[in-house]
Write a protein that binds this ligand. Structure first.
Ligand SMILES: [Zn+2]
Length: 228
């Protein structure tokens, strides 16, 4: 993750410094208050050997890789003295968990937790349903669609309320799912802070054409040429 330009808050990497505000060092999403999490750290980029390891672990169900990957995940966190209270794994949809035979993300969180010395709260986030396709929805519907992806069950609220949460996932792509999960942790759970850690980060914002535009629309911005 070196030789990159990264947002000072969410750590989104960029190829050039231009997307970042010269004074604050923040990306557009953070400047506009659209990022629900305070930071995002990854062990590496999604490619090569790391990608193969993640695939073996998740899809070939090589559960014994959890220990090694958990160590990588723990190392994704910079040693800058930032403290956290709990780790929350990104929940798999029950259909996927059933198909996969094990909860790969929760297992990963538990392995990393042994190095970080933090408790893991497995039931803090609940996926409400499969993410339906976003295309063809109006921006308001899309916004409802994304924010309703997760909730925090009442039974888990005491574990999240006022806490600094490390949200664990395997790969961070556009960050849209992580943002939805982070908003639920704050909105329903009253989390004080959410920082995302993943094994790998896929791509850079510039490579996702129209993503920023889509996010601005879904946040209620009027954009040129867009109806409604
Ligand atoms: Zn940012």
């Amino acid at each position: 993750m070196s030789a990159e330009f990264a947002c000072a808050a969410c750590r989104a990497p960029f190829l050039t410094p231009h997307p970042l505000d010269a004074q604050s060092g923040l990306c557009l999403l953070c400047r506009e208050g659209l990022c629900a999490y305070e930071g995002a750290y990854s062990y590496g980029f999604y490619g090569g050997a790391l990608r193969r390891l993640i695939h073996l672990y998740k899809f070939e169900r090589v559960e014994t890789l959890a220990r090694q990957l958990g160590r990588y995940l723990a190392r994704a966190l910079p040693r800058d003295g930032k403290a956290f209270d709990v780790m929350v794994p990104m929940p798999l949809h029950w259909r996927r968990r059933w198909a996969r035979g094990f909860n790969s993300t929760a297992l990963l969180a538990h392995e990393a937790a042994r190095h970080l010395g933090l408790p893991v709260v497995e039931g803090a986030l609940r996926r409400t349903r499969h993410a339906p396709p976003q295309s063809g929805l109006t921006s308001a519907a899309r916004r409802r669609n994304v924010s309703a992806l997760f909730n925090v069950p009442a039974s888990a609220q005491a574990d999240v309320q006022g806490r600094r949460v490390l949200l664990v996932d395997d790969v961070l792509t556009t960050g849209a799912t992580a943002r939805a999960a982070a908003s639920a942790l704050k909105r329903d759970g009253g989390a004080a802070q959410v920082v995302v850690i993943t094994l790998a980060r896929a791509g850079r914002r510039e490579q996702f054409g129209g993503l920023l535009q889509q996010q601005r629309e879904s946040a209620g911005y009027k954009t040129k040429g867009a109806a409604g």
